[in-house]
Ligand binder design. Sequence first.
Ligand code: ARG
Length: 265
Amino acid sequence: RHLAALPAALAATLLLAACGGGDDAGSGDPTADGGVALVQEGSLTVCTNPPFEPFEYEEDGEIVGLDMAIVGEVAKDLGVELVTKVTPFEGIQSGADLNTGNCDIVASGITITEERQAKFDFSEPYFDADQGLLVPEGSDIDSLEALEGKSIAVQQATTGETWAQENGLQTVQFEDLGLQVQALKTGQVDAAINDIAVLGPFVTEGFEVSANFSTGEQYGLGVKKGSTALLDAVNGTLERIREDGTYDELYTQYIGTAPVASSDS
Ligand code: ARG
């Protein structure tokens, strides 16, 4: 590395990043990679869009969930503190939050798609997803065919919205999952579509998951294009937590079942 050729300010940032979080009593040796520049010194800032349980949701005034736990592991490996920013999914998935310096990383159940890969860089996949249909208990809408002529709540800028539109469905757009379910509750829409893993928590509230549309999606964490040091760190953490059992533990804690070994077909 030609550190001497770097502007002084950048070199200072690199040095600070290398020392990041080190003065917290008892936190052990910081392992921050000197090449990781962060939007806020000493912190890994993550943008996320709750409510999206079990990936990001509020509990006792804090945003928790599988995504938050995983980025928490990344922050730990970097020797910095995790700072969470709640933002609309639109800016998360378009790369805007990363490109404007709002966040270092986006963790929001984001499906890896080609269109998004053109705008920011994804980590290795960490979760498999499909679309699901949420309806009021007792509804007879339980298939793509049955959705014809019905009005369906979708979340803005998501793969669920794209899927519904590609299938010619009549969609009503909402900014988040909470508002989608609210519309279903009030009868403004007949059904709601989103990633199937986040629909389960509503079954106790008078809804049922009546169909599974297998789209074969995979979630990835996102960083700004060119943030290769951070991307390497993120993938390093994903690899570490797969190997040391942390991923399985977190998966079981938040998803409720042990992960099924991928079939690599
Ligand atoms: N997986 C879907 C997508 O990438 C939905 C993600 C929505 N995430 C959220 N936290 N609201 O489009």
